[in-house]
Design a protein around this ligand. Structure first.
Ligand code: NDP
Ligand code: 8X3
Length: 248
């Protein structure tokens, strides 16, 4: 039986990954700040299948304490799903909050890099896998995407760089790059405004956490000689627009 660690397991894509991996017979460690949501997953899935690790991904000391306390086989991580992340605000750069920018960088970039560095020796030992949640925002800029898109471009390029560095180790690395997935993502982006989120997804038939979780599980369970480098997904109703031009 293999073990996967999913960051950001209290909601959305991460929570769906927990269910997809446990259903497929994996042991799952799920992380997040909201302890009560992780406890609800223990109650639903059982303590043998799911282990909660409560910490803020930006707090390395709390993270290390939680990882050091992992029981038995939960400590032998074969697959790391770097999913915890967020967008804050959708305003143009010139009127954005620097604090929000720093929170996105600390969470989406610094914490992801730090956890990856921490788990790499064990992942190499077990010829494991790393699945990173990037975004279409890594590739396609949009107004108000500024730092969020920048963090996700980092995640994509870091994933490709890891692939290069880990050549010969047997460790697989994938950058998953979704478009619109209806989770709590847009509620968080808009400071808790559920109405803004409902409006954003209205009539779109967006992807779901389960759609992305199925893809993450597929990537992680391919034959060991196959690596998906990057994988971009969108709802059918989302696609590309042209350049904008400002005229004098
Ligand atoms: P949700 O808001 O539903 O879930 C985000 C998860 O990240 C939560 O479990 C949250 O846990 C966790 N998280 C956020 N900040 C921290 C922190 N400081 N410490 C610990 N955990 C944290 O969003 P999604 O499921 O949609 O997002 C998951 C990932 O997918 C993100 O990286 C996002 O950028 C990416 N993504 C999402 C898309 C979308 O359209 N929804 C599209 C493309 C990529 P808690 O608050 O309990 O700590
Ligand atoms: C966010 C994707 O399409 O909602 O990562 O901007 S989108």
């Amino acid at each position: 039986m293999k073990t996967v660690l999913v960051t950001g397991a209290t909601s959305g894509i991460g929570e769906a990954c927990v269910r997809a991996f446990t259903k497929a017979g994996w042991r799952v460690v799920g992380t997040g700040r909201r302890a009560e949501r992780l406890q609800a997953l223990v109650d639903e899935l059982g303590a043998d299948a799911f282990h909660p690790a409560v910490f803020d991904v930006r707090d390395e000391a709390a993270r290390d304490a939680a990882l050091a306390a992992l029981p038995g086989d939960f400590a032998q991580i074969d697959c790391l799903v770097n999913n915890a992340g967020l967008a804050l605000g959708a305003a143009p750069a010139q009127v954005s909050s620097l604090d929000q920018w720093k929170t996105m960088i600390d969470t989406n970039v610094t914490a992801l890099v730090s956890l990856t560095h921490k788990l790499l020796p064990g992942l190499i030992e077990r010829k494991g896998a790393i699945v990173n949640l990037s975004s279409v925002a890594a590739t396609y800029p949009y107004t108000g995407g500024n730092v969020y898109g920048g963090t996700k471009a980092f995640v994509r390029q870091f994933s490709l760089g890891l692939r290069s560095d880990l050549n010969g180790t047997g460790v697989r690395v994938t950058s998953i790059e979704p478009g619109m997935v209806e989770t709590e993502f847009t509620v968080v982006r808009n400071g808790g405004d559920q109405g803004a989120s409902d409006k954003f997804y209205a009539g779109v038939d967006p992807m779901t956490g389960d759609d992305i979780a199925g893809t993450v599980l597929w990537v992680a369970t391919l034959p060991p000689h196959v690596n998906i480098n990057t994988l971009e997904l969108m709802p059918v109703n989302q696609s590309f627009a042209g350049f904008q031009v400002s005229r004098t």
